[in-house]
Design a protein around this ligand. Sequence first.
Ligand SMILES: Nc1nc2c(ncn2[C@@H]2O[C@H](COP(=O)(O)OP(=O)(O)O)[C@@H](O)[C@H]2O)c(=O)[nH]1
Ligand SMILES: [Mg+2]
Length: 196
Amino acid sequence: MFENIKFIRSVFHLKDIPKPSLPVVILCGRSNVGKSSFINSLFNKKNLAKTSSSPGKTRSINYYNVDDKFYLVDLPGYGYAKTSKKEQEYWGKLLSAYIVKVNDIVLAVHLVDSRHAPSELDISLNELLRYADLPYIVLLSKSDKLNQSEKSKVIKNTKQFFPELIQDENLFLYSSEKGTGRKEILSRFSKLFYLS
Ligand SMILES: Nc1nc2c(ncn2[C@@H]2O[C@H](COP(=O)(O)OP(=O)(O)O)[C@@H](O)[C@H]2O)c(=O)[nH]1
Ligand SMILES: [Mg+2]
C-alpha cells in the first residue's frame, strides 16, 4: 500500500478538471488547517505537498495518483480568518460543481483545526457533503497541540456542531507531527482500495 504516489497536476479552472479514470478522495478544509501536511504525513513523504505557515492564496486543485488505485484531490482551502459572503459563494459553487462533474468521489476528508470551533464554511461544507450524500470523515488537525482534557473537549464540541459524527468511525483526532490518527485513516483507505 502507498508504494507509488505521484503528484499529477494542479488545475486552476473547473473547466480543466479531468474526468477521472480512478475513484477520487477529496481533501477539504480551511486554508492552513493542515491539508498539505496531512498528505505528506499520510504517505510518509516530506515534500510531496507544499506546506506553508502563512495562509495560501492559491486556488489550485491538486491531483495525486496513489498506486494507480485512486486520486487524492487537494481542494483549495477556504476562509482563513473572516469569511466573506463572496468567498463562501465561490467555494460552495466550486465544490458543488466539482461534485457534479466528478461523480466518482468515494470519500471526502474534511479537516477542522482542533484548536478552533468549526467555521461557518466548515458548517456549509458539512451540509453540502451530507446533501450530496458523500461518505465523509472529519479530522481534527494539529491535535498534538492539545492536552488530554482539551482533546475530550474538542470531540464533544465537534459533535455538537455535527451530531452525526462518531469518534473513531467518522471523526478522528489527527496530528501530522505525531502520527495520531494515521493508522485509522490507512485502514480506511486499505478497505476502500486495496482489499477488493
Ligand atoms: N503542530 C502541528 N502543526 C501542523 C500540523 N499540520 C500542519 N501544521 C502546520 O500548519 C501550517 C499549515 O499547514 P499546511 O499543511 O500547509 O496547511 P494547508 O494550507 O491546509 O495545506 C504549517 O505551518 C504546518 O507546519 C500538525 O499536525 N501539527
Ligand atoms: Mg496546502
